[in-house]
Design a protein around this ligand. Structure first.
Ligand code: ARG
Length: 266
């Protein structure tokens, strides 16, 4: 009888341990101990170098990922990162399905109507990529009648519609598809965020170059469902990381020496 109880208790203890281990295997990170709350973070699945899948480890990596983990650690909460299409991040904030969104998302007046943003954390803008041997398109003034690709639902799409109605706009669900069409000669140019265009051209592309200057200044913000109580905590943590140099360390890891950091936006 005694040994039966012993067995029962052993099984109970063992299964408790197993369950505890199992719940740890999520994409949880930003570990700040066991105490804090866990919040879901929606991010994009492919926006170098802010967020992308490391094929070897199967983990999401990038500037945004490092930043939100550091913010979580500073503010004392845990994060569970989920990657999806960019539109899903915006929609996920509007519906309140996720607690936090970080995806190189530009703070715009229009989005502010349905989403809350942190203070700006990165100065960006828009830029063109063209084929390296393209001598025709030297700036956005040369886009008339040209096939210009970008990602749907982004500020680039809005910018082209508004400023270059005489260009032939072609939108893609993911920006890499647009770059590939440009490489294959099916597009004349791609317009997208400066840091992404520069990074892709330098590291991932074959035979592409940037063209012209920065077209429109933009700032990225961390997104939240409207009236989220997290905004203040995240802003405070972000400021601490800027003050104590952690932000600069993360910046340098992904961009090298600071070229267009946040110093102008403080
Ligand atoms: N900054 C632009 C926007 O907010 C493009 C962002 C794209 N981000 C991404 N993770 N794919 O519309």
């Amino acid at each position: 009888m005694k040994s039966k109880w012993y067995l029962f208790i052993m099984v109970l203890v063992l299964s408790t341990i197993l369950v505890a281990c199992g719940s740890d295997s999520e994409e949880a990170s930003g570990d700040s101990g066991d105490s804090g709350e866990t919040y879901t973070v929606a991010t994009d699945n492919n926006f170098v170098p802010f967020e992308f899948m490391n094929e070897e480890t199967g983990e999401m990596e990038g500037f945004d990922i490092d930043l939100i983990k550091a913010i979580a650690e500073e503010a004392g909460f845990n994060v569970e990162i989920e990657s999806m299409k960019f539109d899903g991040v915006v929609a996920g904030m509007q519906s309140g399905r996720y607690d936090i969104g970080i995806a190189g998302m530009t703070i715009t007046e229009e989005r502010k109507e349905t989403i809350d943003f942190s203070d700006p954390y990165y100065d960006a803008g828009l830029m063109l990529a063209v084929s390296a041997d393209n001598e025709e398109i030297k700036s956005a003034d040369d886009l008339t009648g040209k096939k210009v690709g970008t990602r749907s639902g982004t500020t680039s799409e809005a910018y082209i519609k508004e400023n270059h109605p005489d260009a032939e706009l072609i939108t893609f669900p993911g920006i890499v598809e647009a770059y590939m069409d440009l490489e294959a000669g099916r597009l004349d140019a791609v317009m997208y965020d400066v840091p992404n265009v520069q990074y892709y051209v330098a590291n991932d592309s074959e035979g592409l170059k940037t063209a012209g200057d920065i077209l429109q200044g933009e700032q990225y913000g961390i997104a939240f469902p409207k009236d989220s109580e997290l905004v203040e905590d995240v802003n405070e943590a972000l400021q601490t990381l800027i003050d104590n140099g952690t932000y600069d360390d993360i910046y340098e890891k992904w961009f090298g020496e600071r070229k267009y950091g946040t110093e102008s936006s403080e």
